[in-house]
Design a protein around this ligand. Structure first.
Ligand SMILES: NC(=O)c1ccc[n+]([C@@H]2O[C@H](COP(=O)([O-])OP(=O)(O)OC[C@H]3O[C@@H](n4cnc5c(N)ncnc54)[C@H](O)[C@@H]3O)[C@@H](O)[C@H]2O)c1
Length: 313
């Protein structure tokens, strides 16, 4: 299967992630058949599409037109034979995904690629009951919102076929995404592990009163995050080492080791109710006045500008 042979996509689950994938697929001219059993899911999806489709880079059609390519169905089973790829976005629960994937594998023609948006459950844990063709199943993990953020983590399980990994990369690339392949399953994959490391330290610094939630926000948005958006942590090290990564490691490595040792001594305890309540109180001072709808809109304007600036370099 090549990306050009993928013309009809099935979207399972139209919550936060499924709605955004649907917007992207439609904007890129694909036919999309979606399902979600939640009451009001269809009108909520239409509302979402109307609000968000403006932001998709390199749209090939207008929102009004591309809604003609959308079919919302109560039961996707009768349509499985029409699909070229399925993007699953149901709840992040092992029992749910295990049942769903066994069903999809049994009912869907073998050439159909099946990708799960799972944020951290490796697919080897939920293909266990797939008897027909589990080799076409993999993770295609997007980042919120998938219609804007280019990264998609492709995570095969040990029995996923290489040809399916290649097809998934080609497909996401054809939509303007920037896929990476995670070579071996690991919980949380790559980006969420990096994010967890940074968040754990942020939680520790805020809850110990070393920095306010507001100043931590500025540390990222006016400092680290800006640089990382351009050069990522390793290239940032390279530039900090005057173009020599080895020099950076020799020069700042010992200091970094002492910071890491200190961080290990002061780890935020995710199991402690007291620590979590203390953190929530401090974070609420920053977030209680945030208008979520406006912030999401501002985020999308910012991301669109940033992605466009990056593509011009
Ligand atoms: N929210 C994020 O930032 C994010 C980012 C990347 C990946 N993901 C992953 O994407 C997936 C979906 O997450 P979400 O945040 O969109 O969750 P969500 O709760 O917003 O959406 C899940 C949707 O699945 C629907 N659903 C439940 N049973 C279903 C069924 N049998 N068939 C079809 N739909 C069904 C629900 O009604 C709901 O609308 C999860 O695996 C999650 O780990 C989430």
């Amino acid at each position: 299967m090549t990306s050009t042979s993928i013309k009809t996509v099935g979207v399972i689950g139209t919550g936060v992630i499924g709605a955004s994938w649907t917007a992207l697929f439609l904007a890129k001219g694909l036919r999309v058949i979606v399902t979600d059993p939640a009451p009001g899911a269809e009108s909520k999806l239409h509302e979402y599409l109307k609000k968000n489709c403006w932001a998709i880079p390199n749209k090939i059609t207008t929102p009004d037109k591309y809604l003609q390519n959308l079919t919302f169905v109560e039961d996707i089973d009768p349509y499985l034979g029409e699909l070229d790829l399925i993007q699953e976005n149901g709840p992040e629960r092992l029992d749910f995904k295990r049942r769903l994937f066994a069903h999809l594998d049994a009912k869907t023609p073998e050439h159909v690629l099946i990708a799960s948006s799972s944020s951290g459950l490796p697919s080897s844990e939920f293909v266990t009951d797939c008897e027909r063709s589990p080799s076409r199943i993999l993770i295609g993990h997007p980042f919120n919102p998938p219609h804007l953020i280019p990264l998609v983590e492709i995570v095969p399980h040990p029995k996923t076929g290489d040809e399916h990994v290649t097809a998934a990369c080609e497909f996401y690339r054809s939509l303007g995404k920037d896929p990476i392949v995670v070579k071996r399953e690991t919980s949380g994959f790559i980006a969420n592990r990096l994010q967890a490391a940074v968040c754990a330290e942020a939680y520790s610094l805020i809850s110990r009163g070393i920095v306010s939630a507001e100043d931590l926000y500025k540390t990222m948005t006016s400092g680290l995050g800006l640089r990382w958006a351009f050069s990522g942590p390793i290239m940032t090290n390279l530039l900090g080492g005057g173009g020599d990564f080895g020099h950076f490691m020799d020069h700042l490595g010992p200091a970094m080791k002492s910071w890491l040792d200190n961080m290990h001594q002061h780890q935020f305890d995710m199991d402690s109710t007291t620590e979590k309540e203390n953190l929530k109180e401090k974070v609420n001072q920053l977030v209680s006045h945030v208008n979520i709808e406006k912030t999401e809109k501002d985020r999308d304007i910012f991301l669109t500008g940033l992605i466009s600036a990056r593509s011009e370099i």
